[in-house]
Design a binder for this molecule. Structure first.
Ligand code: GLN
Length: 587
């Protein structure tokens, strides 16, 4: 009864994009023939197509890190945390049409900022006696946004759902505890698809979020609020969660950086579960360096309360970057500035990446061209790039949706209006009250997924669906990890298309197909970083970002960040939001 007619059909609509079945090598030849040709013509909302190509992308030629820029101003006394927080709060109000936040508490944020200002004054603008170069200390007084499925003590945590409209946990998630410990100012909670189920942020019970680059489009999902808030400078950085792509896909649609850590790398304690064997928390930021700064904090290992926590110490940071130092003890150690590169002409020399042939099937032409240029850049920086075939790749989507929905149906059983969730109809008998609370509290997408997940777990069907999907998961894992014995990582598009128009993606199964690029990473528990590739103009000449995904070895986040930072430094075509919308320029 709760299923719409479209969800019962078994025919999957073709992706919205024009279909390209060229393999990577053919596309490469195609691009080579094009030689001088990149996209031309004036775009409506952007600066000219050639941004800085040889500096680090910053006005002072030093860093693209928004966190570092603010930290520097806080330390020099040019700004206070209160002032920075006020600036963001003001912008959040100016840009309320984007609907990035589900809630924020101005007073509380300002009180916290004031506390941090006092702490910095006490320690002479050094933090807690720590060394200047301790990246964690950089977070003191910096406003960070947190996705609304991550628990914040005594503050609304709704997971984008009506059923949690009144929920204010009495504890902080581990990651929030770590942010607070390092002095961050939690600015507010960001909008999301209900319980992380979606790719557009349109399934939020609190109205959709808009894409800051083009408000008629979605920011992606489910961490759409977190990505849009970073892109539009409504926070210095944010946290998202990624079950099947929810950090990476919105990062690509909004032109930000998104890192999905290896499963178990960051504590999930206090993350409202969607699918427990997939869920990860990670950073969404303006630069790769900011992602590394946040990772140094998020991977705090003492006192984690996640039973699957890898609890790794520094030796597992596993960086083999181009710095002169050997090995890394933190993620930020993997970030090497241009001057410190061992081989500035070929900083990626010695690395070999694999391009998965299957990812170029059914790919939007503009995304394909954009990613191909990034791949060419990687080659020009000295890396080798080979095409490989992963025949199991295309089975990832059905396996993911069977497993994630099965886990979701079990995880969401706790929201019955008695143990968790708002209770409707107090005077009814027990069963009717539970039914009504769930009927009223959950949105259509969540109900649909609970039904599908219950079906795939039910007796008589679980062998055919759940068990078989587990077997496929194992095959995908084996295939990907086998390639990673030969290669340093995979390079793939982050998404199959540019950001969708709002309301464009109403057919649930068509929406599922949009996750093709990301779900295999979660099925395999691997880390993946999304960074900007070349922007593309849409049919109205509005410039839209897209992203390239670098998938790394398990626990190889530091290496990913090091490589991503190099690509970012040498990328010519990255227009910053503040260049496109100068009035938006805060830092
Ligand atoms: N779009 C995917 C889904 O709806 C991924 C969501 C996520 O990573 N939370 O399941």
């Amino acid at each position: 009864m709760l299923l719409t007619s479209s969800s019962t059909t078994t025919t999957t609509k073709a992706p919205r994009c024009s279909s390209y079945s060229y393999s990577y090598s053919l596309r490469r030849q195609f691009l080579r023939r094009k030689s001088s040709g990149t996209s031309s013509g004036k775009t409506k909302n952007r600066v000219s197509a050639t941004a800085s190509s040889s500096d680090d992308g910053d006005d002072d030629g030093e860093t693209r890190s928004v966190i570092k820029k603010i930290a520097r101003k806080l330390r020099s006394g040019e700004l206070t945390s209160v002032k920075v927080t006020e600036m963001y709060l003001e912008r959040m109000k100016e840009k309320s049409s984007l609907n990035c936040y589900t809630s924020f508490n101005e007073e509380r944020a300002l009180e916290r900022a004031e506390e941090m200002d006092r702490a910095m004054q006490r320690s002479g603008n050094e933090v807690g006696g720590r060394e200047r170069h301790d990246s964690r200390s950089l977070l003191r007084g910096i406003p960070i946004a947190v996705k609304d499925n991550i628990c914040t003590k005594n503050a609304h945590t709704t997971a984008g759902s009506k059923i949690l409209r009144d929920y204010a946990p009495d504890f902080d998630a581990d990651v929030v505890k770590y942010l607070n410990r390092e002095g961050a100012v939690v600015l507010g909670k960001t909008n999301m698809d209900e319980f992380g189920m979606g790719s557009t942020t349109e399934s939020s019970a609190y109205a959709p979020t808009s894409n800051p680059w083009d408000e008629s489009r979605v920011p992606g999902g489910s961490s759409g609020g977190s990505a849009a808030a970073v892109a539009a400078q409504l926070c210095a950085a944010s946290l998202g969660s990624d079950t099947g792509g929810s950090i990476r896909q919105p990062a690509a649609f909004c032109g930000t950086v998104g890192l999905k850590p290896s499963y178990g790398r960051v504590s999930r304690h206090g993350l409202l579960a969607y699918a427990s064997s997939f869920d990860c928390i990670g950073p969404i930021t303006s630069s790769v360096e900011d992602a590394a700064i946040l990772m140094d904090v998020l991977c705090g290992s003492n006192g984690n309360r996640d039973s699957n926590d890898a609890n790794l110490d520094a030796k597992f940071f596993n960086s083999s970057n181009n710095s002169s130092s050997s090995g890394s003890s933190s993620f930020t150690d993997a970030i090497v500035s241009k001057e410190n590169l061992v081989d500035a002409a070929a900083p990626l020399k010695g690395k070999t990446f694999a391009v998965i042939k299957e990812t170029f099937t059914g790919l939007d032409e503009k995304v394909s061209a954009s990613v191909m240029e990034s791949i060419e850049l990687v080659e020009s920086l000295g890396a080798k790039v080979h095409e490989v075939s992963c025949p199991t790749f295309l089975f990832g989507l059905p396996a993911y949706y069977i497993l994630a929905l099965s886990e979701a149906s079990s995880n969401l059983a706790r929201y019955d209006g008695i143990r968790f969730g708002a209770q409707d109809y107090l005077n009814m008998d027990l069963v009717d009250s539970i039914k009504s609370s769930r009927f009223e509290g959950f949105g259509a997408e969540v109900k649909r997924r609970i039904l599908m997940g219950t079906y795939t777990l039910s007796e008589g069907y679980s062998d055919a669906y759940y068990k078989r999907a587990q077997e496929v998961r194992r095959l995908i894992y084996a295939e990907m990890t086998q390639h990673l014995q030969t290669y340093d990582g995979f390079l793939t598009p982050a998404t199959s298309s540019l950001a969708y128009k709002k309301n464009e993606n109403q057919e649930p199964l068509a929406m599922f197909t949009g996750d093709l690029m990301t779900v295999n990473v979660n099925l395999s528990g691997l880390p993946a970083l999304v960074i900007r590739s070349k922007d593309s103009a849409d049919e109205n000449n509005t410039l839209l970002p897209s992203g390239i995904q670098i998938i790394g070895k398990k626990y190889g986040e530091a290496e990913l960040l090091g490589v991503g930072h190099i690509i970012e430094m040498f990328s010519a075509e990255r227009k910053l939001y503040k260049d496109a919308f100068p009035e938006a320029s805060l830092f």
